[in-house]
Design a protein around this ligand. Structure first.
Ligand code: UN1
Length: 499
């Protein structure tokens, strides 16, 4: 689809796409596709106040009724899947299948959240005192600020939004400056669901704010925004986290990853190759879960590198809209420069680099690069640094203990995996002595997680959890209650206090 068709299918008007101060470029060819209007910084206070007003009524609706809105959102997303997927491709440069996959991830979390809206379970707790009952209840928190990155411009918003909504919280969303159109499209889709939901829904349940770091900072520093979910670089998180903590807000941080795969001697190499290629070069290496480090047993390293070089040679790089393309563009010039710099640094540390250069032929005018396979003598500083590009560092190991130590010896802790047919190795990797990451897989790659599990990681990844499992608790406050239905007033711990 041409970009004008995509934008009109999603209901954009000309005035929304022109006359603003933020230029939107498609990474496909670098061409400008819109100039959107930015939110004036001076409006942020009003926006936060409106969100609090929306909270006052939204929290009063029963959670299953709130779930109905998310059910309608899921329906609207099903209708808009093709157009929104195409816009993700246009604005973030993902291949068609990955653009559609991202929208499917949104639909999945909506389905999950609808069910969850009837399962915001608390606990009953045995009281030590006769005639007493203890329980634990979960309550809404208030406005939830959501700051998202360009690489998953819509799915990450939906993980936060679907859960925040059923938990009783309004949302203020600041998308990446590189992908405002997908955010505005989601707002339109959300509006359709809201209209169908009827008059119970307060105004300003979702507000999208467009702009740079100062707009984000207004959310980060406001006491009116009790929850702040931020996805992006570790550098960004190191600014956001302390600011939210300083005002005693709650942050949900989803920061850098430096994800590894250990390939053991017993691994099914054909399967490993497929998993490696998808997770290292899919989304042009621009997922926080992308595979960046391969830790291979020394006896199979040369064979595996040979197979990977063959596989890499066959990958079609180019316009992500074309059938057969597996590697689209990097997001912009800065990303291409960062990739080249990382490769230069690796060379100076003794690397053998296969591929990795800029591709000019057979591609549109955007920033296209051949994926790089980089054989490293050791896990250097460059390897320990996340570069958002299709670079895969390859290192070898002799013992599983050594492999696990290498896997864990980076500042980040998002995703990890092992390819092995040896159950002792697999279970060791998943045990307390194994991977230190939030995600640890066996015989699948580190990327492409389903929404049913909690998503997030440790160390510099920030510790936040989103999406499935009990991540919903991150959007609610816990209340412990003790009720005395006896005619006595015994004190806990046997304390006597007679008056
Ligand atoms: C991200 O890169 O920010 O597991 C999120 C995955 C996707 C989500 C990635 N489901 O790769």
């Amino acid at each position: 689809m041409e970009h004008s068709q995509v934008l009109s299918a999603l209901g954009f008007s000309t005035s929304e796409l022109t006359g603003g101060t933020l230029a939107v470029r498609s990474p496909i060819d670098g061409a400008q596709i819109a100039q959107v209007h930015e939110t004036p910084l001076g409006d942020m206070e009003k926006i936060i106040t409106r969100s609090q007003a929306a909270f006052a009524s939204w929290r009063a609706l029963p959670a299953p009724r709130r779930g109905e809105l998310v059910r309608l959102l899921g329906e609207e997303l099903r209708d808009a899947k093709e157009a929104l997927g195409a816009l993700v491709t246009l604005e973030a440069g993902k291949i068609t299948s990955e653009g559609l996959g991202e929208v499917q991830e949104m639909i999945d979390i909506c389905d999950f959240a609808v069910g969850q809206s009837r399962q915001l379970y608390g606990l009953t707790i045995a009281s030590e005192r006769p005639g007493h009952k203890m329980s634990e209840t979960w309550h809404p928190m208030g406005p939830c600020g959501v700051i998202t990155a360009f690489n998953f411009p819509v799915a990450v918003w939906s993980w936060n939004t679907a859960l925040a909504l059923i938990c009783g919280n309004p949302i203020i969303w600041k998308p990446s400056e590189k992908t405002p159109l997908t955010a505005l499209a989601c707002q339109k889709i959300f509006q359709k669901a809201l209209t169908r939901f009827g008059k119970d829904a307060p105004k300003h349940l979702l507000q999208v704010v467009i702009g740079g770091a100062d707009i984000g900072d207004a959310l980060v520093t406001s006491r009116g925004v009790p929850i702040l979910s931020a996805t992006g670089s570790t550098r960004m998180g190191s600014v956001v986290g302390p600011k939210v903590a300083a005002r005693f807000g709650r942050s949900i941080l989803e920061l850098g990853g430096n994800n590894a795969m250990i390939v053991a001697p017993s691994a099914d190499l054909e399967m490993a190759v497929r998993a490696i290629v998808f997770s290292a070069v899919g989304t042009a290496g621009q997922r926080c879960t992308s595979l960046r480090r391969l830790i291979v047993h020394s006896t199979i390293k040369d064979a595996l590198v040979g197979k990977l070089r063959n596989a890499y040679d066959s990958l079609k790089i180019g316009d992500p809209r074309q059938e057969g393309t597996l590697i689209g563009p990097l997001v912009d010039e800065g990303a291409l420069d960062a990739m080249q710099l990382a490769l230069e640094n690796a060379r100076s540390e003794g690397a053998r680099v296969h591929g990795g250069s800029k591709v000019n032929e057979g591609v549109p005018a955007g920033c296209y690069a051949a994926p790089a396979l980089v054989e490293m003598p050791e896990q250097s500083e460059t390897v320990k640094t996340e570069t958002f590009a299709p670079i895969l560092y390859v290192m070898s190991y002799e013992t599983l203990e050594e492999a696990i130590a290498l896997q864990n010896d980076v500042p980040q802790g998002l995703s990890s995996c092992i390819f092995t047919l040896n159950m002792r190795e697999a279970e060791t990797f998943l045990s307390a002595l194994g991977s230190d990451c939030g995600i640890a897989n066996v015989n699948i790659g580190p990327s492409g997680a389903e929404i049913g599990g909690a998503f997030g990681g440790e160390k510099e990844t920030g510790g936040g959890r989103e999406s499935g499992s009990d991540a919903w608790k991150g959007y609610m406050r816990r209340q412990t209650s003790t009720v005395n239905y006896s005619a006595e007033l015994p004190l806990a711990q046997g304390v006597e206090f007679d008056i």
